[in-house]
Ligand binder design. Structure first.
Ligand SMILES: [Fe+2]
Ligand SMILES: [Zn+2]
Length: 414
């Protein structure tokens, strides 16, 4: 996991499987996880600290500070929260900023608070731990396993037969989505090599994203669109749709007809690249995390354009959330002032060297019948030049649709 410390401070790499924790707490959690002690009887204590409550629960690695106004805002009683629509009802404008409880009580189930107007709120300890910044960050474990060519995940970890996805008893969809989250990719086998079967297989995740390419597309080297994908030349590793304000999250490839020669698919784990780039060039990592560059698509009656950074981070946690590396779709560089231009090219060349390092490049030949789905916010893709007829089918899925399905299936995702 790579985390940006702040806008003005150079970034530093934080071990990718290490969640963001106060160091002492991390040690405590590690001990708890690895020693697996028998569950202790639950003991909880709430201490009034003027503007907040200090809640100690013996199963927690540290005391949780809870602001009183946060507690009042998070009351889940039927007057404050609609359990049917899952929407808040309490008008926060009517809660005094300096609100303090009339009384607090810890029970076996959770925390009880009586407010000065007689209103009563109850919270389970689990809810408080999982829904506060300090609690959530302490328990979050980054599931991603970054890879290079030599450590590309095996098909046993990433391939799910379509029959397992369609059979609710087999948990196939959960396995597929977990693979995409952990490894950045997943395969669906047993899919007929045609557009409609590809659509049906992919729609087990969510409806496909409609773009000016349509929904499910199939392309060959006929330049039907103004895009190099519609040729037979070599395409270096890149992320797709960097010209959209929100790049497509998932990208689907289904080789409907294999080229007699060439046409192998290239995959690069962009987060592995970012990890190496952060370690070797921290100043470059900081630059590409803060300097927005323009991207565009012109053609087919469209002029798509957006301005964004190459490396994007979760605004709350600072963790790397997306890499937007596409040297083809860069628009004229009007967003970088003269004194920073040289720096920009230096950093782009340095990250580009890692992207093109064969140690990071995994090449595979896609076969008709097996659908490849990649996390386009993490993995880059490319393709070898080819000759002869080749038809590639595919589509996109949006970030919202993908992450929603993961949450519905109970898979933790940011
Ligand atoms: Fe592409
Ligand atoms: Zn309430």
């Amino acid at each position: 996991m790579i985390r940006r410390q702040s806008l003005s401070v150079l970034t530093s790499f934080v071990g990718r499987r290490k969640p963001f924790l106060f160091p002492a707490c991390y040690r405590l959690i590690k001990n708890r996880l690895f020693c697996a002690p028998a569950p202790k009887p639950l003991v909880a204590e709430a201490i009034d600290a003027v503007t907040r409550l200090e809640l100690r629960v013996n199963r927690w690695p540290h005391t949780l500070g809870l602001s009183y106004i946060w507690l009042r805002d998070h009351c889940k009683c039927p007057d404050c929260y609609d359990n049917f629509t899952k929407q808040r009802k309490l008008d926060i404008q009517k809660v005094p900023l300096n609100i303090r409880p009339a009384s607090t009580k810890t029970t076996k189930e959770g925390l009880e608070i009586k407010w000065p107007d007689g209103h009563k709120s109850e919270y389970t300890y689990k809810y408080l731990w999982q829904n506060t910044y300090e609690g959530w960050n302490a328990s979050y474990k980054n599931p991603q396993r970054l890879w290079k060519a030599a450590t590309f995940p095996s098909p046993q970890l990433t391939t799910v037969p379509l029959s397992d996805i369609l059979d609710p008893k087999k948990d196939g969809l959960k396995r597929l989505i977990s693979s995409i989250i952990v490894h950045g990719l997943g395969f669906i086998s047993e899919v007929s090599p045609d557009v409609e079967s590809t659509r049906a297989a992919v729609e087990t995740i969510s409806p496909v994203r409609t773009t000016f390419y349509g929904t499910v597309w199939s392309f060959e080297d006929n330049l039907e669109r103004a895009d190099t994908a519609y040729t037979n030349i070599y395409l270096g590793a890149h992320n797709d749709t960097t010209y959209f304000t929100e790049s497509s999250r998932l990208q689907v490839f289904h080789c409907l007809k294999k080229a007699p020669q060439g046409g192998e698919t290239l995959l690069v784990d962009g987060f592995s690249v970012a990890e190496e780039f952060s370690a070797r060039h921290p100043e470059g990592y900081a630059f590409l995390s803060s300097a927005a560059i323009p991207s565009e698509y012109i053609g087919d009656g469209q002029h798509m354009a957006t301005l964004d950074t190459v490396l994007k981070h979760n605004p709350a946690t600072g963790c790397l959330q997306q890499i937007r590396y596409n040297i083809y779709d860069r628009a004229p560089l009007s967003s970088i002032p003269l004194e920073k231009i040289h720096e920009f090219y230096l950093h782009m060349r340095n990250i580009g060297k890692i992207v093109r390092n064969p140690a990071y490049e995994y090449w595979l030949q896609l076969e008709p019948g097996t659908v490849l789905i990649i996390d386009n916010w993490r993995l880059m893709h490319g393709r070898n030049a080819y000759s002869g007829p080749r038809i590639m089918g595919g589509c996109y899925i949006s970030n919202d649709d993908f992450t929603s399905k993961a949450r519905v299936l109970g898979i933790q995702i940011n």
